[in-house]
Design a protein around this ligand. Structure first.
Ligand code: ADP
Length: 387
């Protein structure tokens, strides 16, 4: 794209001194201070656009955009998008269909809460992502067990730091049954452009919510897709998102679409590689950067082919020693790539305590069905050796 890039991170890079224009250290836990630091930096190295890559940096990017008068979200919108409780409140106010919810403190007696709520319900941390710590409970007994696990997850110092003042709280929600889809969008001047709708063909009924396959185009009937998109559009406006990427999870059932979660960031992990736009196969990242920089966007039309990604399920708890069958998995027709992102020696932690997939499988083909079959076949050929 011919764009010069400065990468900001919360830990200093060893190479920062030799590449002062390209590497910058910011305190992500203090977005306003980070914005001040970027303003000082920009006096020497002009900044024309800013993009966050996850929930935390989306808030920092919003603060920077506000301070430097760049394209971006208001800070309150970015915060609401990363705080499940604030988000629920705004969505409820705007009458966007969401599950019933209550904010609870970890200090409260779980046995008493367990007796007072309807089932099935979902317990979730307020500020984590990737389904980490999200658990379904079907009875008072399973509520108390889930509560114990959630408390242990939030007791980890790094996790607690990421949750800030929400580390001692959690949400209890009504469990919404139904089929789940994910929506990838780009908001331009307050208007949501739906880039794609992904089907999630594996049921997500809990008790934990590990993702697996995302495939697009969605096979959901057109009328229902329109209702889903309308629900996401209302959520974007309710949260106050004005610009940049959004990723939303929605469910639908006989009562219509439900907004489960809206984030002001692109799809996570390596999944974005599945998306290509326009005649030249432009990436999602290029669309996002073009928008942030005020450059023209030639096309937001996804390619004609169906495409899918499998977040490889975490195969168990243990230290990963080896992955067998990689070459065989890559030769499955329609499979484009199999990327193992876990390293030998890495400790794999299943949901709900963990949330890091060991890798990703990508496929493209004429229909979503053949793509889904190819992803499953490639996965069948992989064997993870754990110790
Ligand atoms: P995160 O941001 O950590 O991914 P979410 O709130 O999106 O957390 O929850 C993760 C997943 O858990 C959702 O994609 C959905 O499958 C499931 N889930 C969360 N809340 C509910 C709910 N109230 N009813 C049904 N499923 C839910």
């Amino acid at each position: 794209m011919g764009v010069e890039l400065t990468v900001a991170s919360e830990e200093p890079s060893t190479l920062e001194a030799v590449n002062p224009a390209g590497l910058l250290t910011l305190d992500f836990e203090q977005p306003e201070r980070a914005a001040d630091a970027v303003r000082v930096f920009s006096a020497q190295y002009p900044i024309n656009g800013v993009v966050g890559v996850d929930d935390t940096t989306a808030v920092v990017a919003a603060a920077v955009a506000t301070r430097l008068k760049l394209k971006g979200n208001p800070v309150h919108a970015a915060i609401a998008a990363s705080d499940k409780y604030l988000q629920r409140e705004l969505l409820a106010e705007a009458a966007v269909p969401i599950p019933r919810f209550e904010l609870r403190s970890l200090e409260e007696d779980p046995t008493a809460i367990a007796k007072s709520i309807p089932y099935p319900c979902v317990l979730k941390p307020v500020r984590l992502s990737a389904s980490r710590g999200v658990m379904r409970a079907d009875s008072p007994q399973s509520f108390v067990t889930a509560h114990r696990r959630l408390r242990a997850i939030l007791a980890d110092p790094e996790t607690a730091a990421a949750c800030g003042d929400r580390a001692r709280q959690y949400l209890v929600e009504e469990f919404v049954p139904g089929y789940e889809v994910a929506l990838e969008g780009l908001v331009v001047d307050r208007r949501l452009h739906v880039l794609t709708l992904f089907d999630k063909p594996d049921p997500l009924d809990g008790p934990f919510f590990e993702e697996t396959i995302y495939v697009t185009p969605s096979r959901v009937p057109a009328g229902l897709q329109a209702a889903i998109k309308d629900c996401a559009d209302r959520a974007v406006r309710a949260v106050g998102i004005t610009d940049g990427p959004v990723h939303a999870e929605l469910r639908y059932n006989e009562r219509g679409p439900w907004l489960i979660e809206l984030a002001a960031r692109p799809i996570g992990g390596r999944c974005s590689a599945v998306l290509r736009f326009g005649d030249h196969g432009v990436s999602l990242e290029e669309l996002i950067l073009r928008h942030a920089l005020g450059m023209s966007i030639p096309s937001m039309q996804r390619e004609r082919l169906a495409a899918g990604v499998m977040m490889i399920p975490i195969p168990g708890e243990g230290t990963m020693r080896d992955v067998r069958g990689l070459a065989e998995a890559k030769t499955v027709p329609l499979v484009e790539d199999v990327q193992i992102t876990a390293h030998p020696g890495e400790r794999l932690i299943p949901f709900p305590e963990g949330s890091r997939y060991p890798g990703f499988i990508f496929a493209r083909g004429e229909t979503p069905d053949v793509v889904e079959t190819a992803l499953r076949e490639a996965h069948r050929r992989l064997t993870f050796v754990l110790e």
